[in-house]
Design a protein around this ligand. Structure first.
Ligand code: ZN
Length: 418
């Protein structure tokens, strides 16, 4: 266990925060610091074909140790951390034999990680929990995933009696800014399927996620002196407000759960002359997703029709860009890849928690790029903030799940079941 703790700490203490405002890949130069370190470590533990490309995407191979054909499986994680909270000077704290009470993260700043608020903590009573010092995020998202993959590969190398096929591993930059999969060379990776180790609590196994689109609406107005505005002024701020009020009031993130989709207005800037509204659309169902996009378009059309005479041209411009799609469509035809992960967990006495992600993962993009890629727990909680923590026992279990998946895949291949 100490080995996993040491490895994890060696990763989280390297700042790898990504930056959505940067065009380059990786989006921040500092991501190279950990990327280069990882490359050295992968070579040192004995992996083969260790490569890093000009965008800092890392790949490596553990060759098969059997003489029959086994599909090549992959494991993928990201080494950047979220720009939502500082990832510099992470000072992990280790709480051994957690007693189920408040954990003081920072006495001076009075920052406390309390099970009264974060009740998930209670399931880890008696375990070793790694937390922050209250001033940064931890980076378990997704350095826990990297720790687990590297540790599992090391375990397989040291225990050649465990039979497995060819395994590929891939570490990416910039997942947190939505670009982790963008420059991932699926052909070079050359696996039949893969798993992202990027979920949260122990047991999570996910192969469904949202279909996602971003909407930009620009409302045009006409500014006239308010004292002389009657019949002349068109206030784009009020137009935008009217538009938003026509959206289904209950279909918003704060009122939906499970498979319920939503419209989420997340940014407005404007004055009388022009107001810009940004919104995201999310839905697991492709049919409903399309319907939602259509609804926005037809609403914009109605506005334009209504104001056509008064304004002379379109009063609202609407652009909708698809962001990612539900991987279910790509995973369902190869459902055995989920079954294998589920079986691996059950054999290790882990209760699989199979649920639809209310978001996206790199795996959803990779699935559409030809690499079906469900998501497995990495163990951490409260990502992207100072309350982030990870139980070491969950990281150990995730490591075992990786090993077990490799084992089951080889077994099934041997028996002609894949
Ligand atoms: Zn992540």
């Amino acid at each position: 266990m100490q080995h996993i703790i040491d490895r994890f700490i060696s990763y989280v203490t390297v700042d790898t925060e990504s930056d959505p405002n940067s065009e380059s890949t990786p989006s921040t130069k500092k991501q190279w610091d950990l990327a280069n370190k990882l490359v050295e470590e992968l070579k040192q533990i004995g992996l083969e074909e260790v490569t890093i490309d000009e965008n800092a995407y890392i790949m490596a191979t553990l060759p098969s140790n059997v003489d029959f054909e086994v599909p090549t499986i992959g494991f993928v994680s990201h080494f950047d951390t979220s720009p939502d909270f500082s990832g510099a000077n992470v000072k992990p704290q280790i709480v051994k034999d957690y007693d189920g009470k408040d954990i003081v993260l920072n006495k001076e700043l009075n920052i406390v990680l309390s099970p009264a608020y974060f009740d998930d903590l209670l399931q880890y009573k008696g375990q070793t929990i790694i937390t922050t010092d209250g001033t940064t995020l931890l980076g378990a998202d997704d350095k826990a995933g990297i720790t687990e993959i590297v540790s599992a590969m090391e375990h397989l190398i040291k225990n050649p009696d465990i039979k497995h096929g060819r395994i590929r591993i891939g570490f990416t930059p910039d997942e947190e800014i939505g670009r982790g999969a963008h420059k991932f060379d699926v052909a070079k990776f050359n696996a039949d399927w893969a798993y992202t180790m990027d979920g949260s609590q122990i047991g999570e196994l996910e192969y469904e996620n949202f279909n996602a689109a971003g909407v930009k609406l620009t409302f045009n107005g006409k500014s006239v002196h308010p004292g002389y505005a009657k019949g002349k002024m068109i206030n784009s701020v009020l137009l935008a407000n009217k538009f938003i009020s026509k959206l289904p009031q209950k279909e918003v993130p704060e009122k939906t759960t499970g498979y319920e989709g939503f419209f989420h207005v997340n940014h407005i800037t404007g004055s009388i002359e022009a107001t810009e509204v940004q919104m995201i659309i999310r839905d697991h169902s492709m049919k409903k997703f399309k319907k939602r996009k259509k609804f926005i378009k037809s609403l914009a059309k109605k506005f334009n029709k209504k104001y056509a005479e008064k304004f002379g041209s379109d009063i609202v411009q609407c652009t909708i860009d698809d962001q990612y799609y539900n991987m279910r469509e790509k995973v369902e035809p190869v459902m055995h890849i989920v079954d294998i992960a589920e079986k691996a967990m059950k054999e290790l006495n882990i209760k699989p928690l199979i649920k639809a992600i209310r978001g996206g993962t790199d795996g959803s993009q990779l699935s559409y790029m030809g690499l079906p890629c469900p998501n497995i727990f990495a163990g951490g909680h409260n990502f992207h903030g100072k309350y982030e923590y990870v139980p070491v026992e969950s990281m150990v279990k995730a490591t075992e799940v990786i090993v077990k998946i490799a084992e089951i895949t080889a077994e099934r291949a041997k028996n002609g079941k894949i």
